[in-house]
Design a protein around this ligand. Structure first.
Ligand code: NAD
Ligand code: ZN
Length: 378
């Protein structure tokens, strides 16, 4: 089958690889209908992780079940399903507590599995024609078969639940204000979720005009950080108080124009923007800069963020991979009911073969490349 294969920094190609097969009785094989490119793929794409050449990318997958292992009970051939990017067993201590992003069975000692991701278990990605899904009864979310809402449902594997999770970690209440740093796909989903949850004002901070326009289109207040300090801009629009809550949907950005201080500065800005005792949800991913080399953005691999100021303001921070399974069925039902349309973020749907070009453009944050969905069957 065809698949998007990593070969080295900024080098992916669409290659022919072996078809996946049932390896455990609890597996199913899914024929992939939609699989999206994620900001998380860029950490590997840009070459600052230990991802090995040969890795098939793709953790945002949906499609139709074509083969079912003998130990699978509820999932049937022909089912249309969405898979959380987290591969999880469903029975370890963390999964039982709902923390499926930190499954101890699929990734002992570290916690957390994912398709096509370095250090997240041996699972091949779904930017391909077919995908093996382990623990299928637990990891498949059933979708209506009518074929509608394909791009909305494609957002259920990761970014819609992840954006929602970023806001949920702040305990946002209706009527509160929130600043979302980053209006990439994840930040846009966080802003969208905050509005759904009843936020009075949502600030979306970025510098890419088309992303800021998308934020404005859903009712968020765009803040262009290239035009001035976002802390000042948001304080000015909140009577000097700052916001009640904040989300970091930026994480490490290689292309950050502000250079070395950037990764820490997003968190530091949030500490300044959010009022005392407010809460901050961090879904942006911070990875070491360069395997084996000292990280120029930190001392000893740690972010230089101002924990003293955090303490002084009595703020709390939530972090981590989103536990997609905690949210995906509810968000699916909002889509079915016509109450959520996360596909507003999708700017391109293209055949799998065009993935290398799309990676390069998404990596440059080019206009019109906010969320790219690959269609292997096209
Ligand atoms: P992205 O990397 O394109 O989004 C980041 C956005 O932040 C971009 O639009 C960029 O212009 C903007 N940005 C850069 N520097 C900024 C700054 N100083 N202030 C404000 N905005 C700034 O793509 P994405 O898919 O939205 O991913 C965002 C982050 O979320 C990545 O780090 C990704 O790895 C992470 N992620 C985490 C999870 C999770 O489960 N926690 C899931 C998916 C993605
Ligand atoms: Zn993702």
């Amino acid at each position: 089958m065809k698949a998007v294969v990593y070969h080295g920094p900024r080098n992916v190609t669409v290659d022919t690889v072996e078809d996946p097969r049932i390896e455990d009785p609890t597996d199913v094989i899914v024929k992939v209908s939609s699989t999206a490119i994620c900001g998380s793929d860029l950490h590997m794409y840009e070459g600052r992780t230990k991802a090995e050449p040969g890795l098939v990318f793709g953790h945002e997958n949906m499609g139709t079940v074509v083969e079912v292992g003998s130990g699978v009970g509820s999932v049937k051939k022909g089912d249309r399903v969405s898979m959380p990017f987290n591969v999880a067993c469903g029975f370890c201590k963390n999964c039982l507590a709902g923390n499926t992003g930190f499954c101890l069975t699929v990734n002992p000692g570290f916690g957390g599995g994912a398709y096509g991701y370095v250090a997240m278990g041996p699972y091949r990605g779904g930017q391909a024609e077919y995908l093996r899904v382990p623990f299928a009864d637990f990891n498949c979310l059933q979708l209506p078969k009518d074929g509608e809402h394909e791009n909305d449902f494609a957002m259920l594997a990761d970014i819609f639940p992840t954006g929602y999770h970023g806001v949920a970690m702040t305990n946002l209440r209706p009527g509160e204000t929130i600043a979302v740093m980053g209006a990439g796909p994840v930040g846009l989903m966080a802003a969208y979720s905050a509005l759904m949850m009843g936020a009075a004002k949502v600030f979306a901070v970025d510098r890419v005009p088309s992303r800021l326009q998308l934020a404005e289109s859903i009712g968020a207040i765009p803040v262009d950080y290239s035009k001035g300090d976002p802390v000042e801009q948001i304080r000015d629009q909140t009577g000097g108080d700052g916001t009640d809550k904040g989300v970091d949907a930026v994480g490490y950005q290689a292309s950050a124009p502000s250079g070395e201080e950037q990764p820490a500065s997003v968190l530091n800005s949030l500490i300044d923007i959010v009022r005392a005792t407010g809460m901050i949800g961090v879904v942006g991913l911070y990875v070491p800069h360069d395997p084996g080399a000292p990280d120029p953005h930190s001392a000893n691999g740690e972010l230089l963020f101002r924990v003293g100021k955090l303490f002084e303001k009595g703020q709390r921070i939530g972090t981590g991979q989103a536990n997609v399974k905690a949210y995906n069925r509810y968000l699916r039902d909002l889509i079915i009911a016509g109450r959520a349309r996360p596909s507003f973020v999708v700017s391109k749907q293209i055949p799998l073969g065009d993935a290398p070009d799309a990676y390069a453009r998404f990596d440059r944050r080019e206009e019109g490349y906010s969320k790219v969905v690959l269609k292997p069957a096209a």
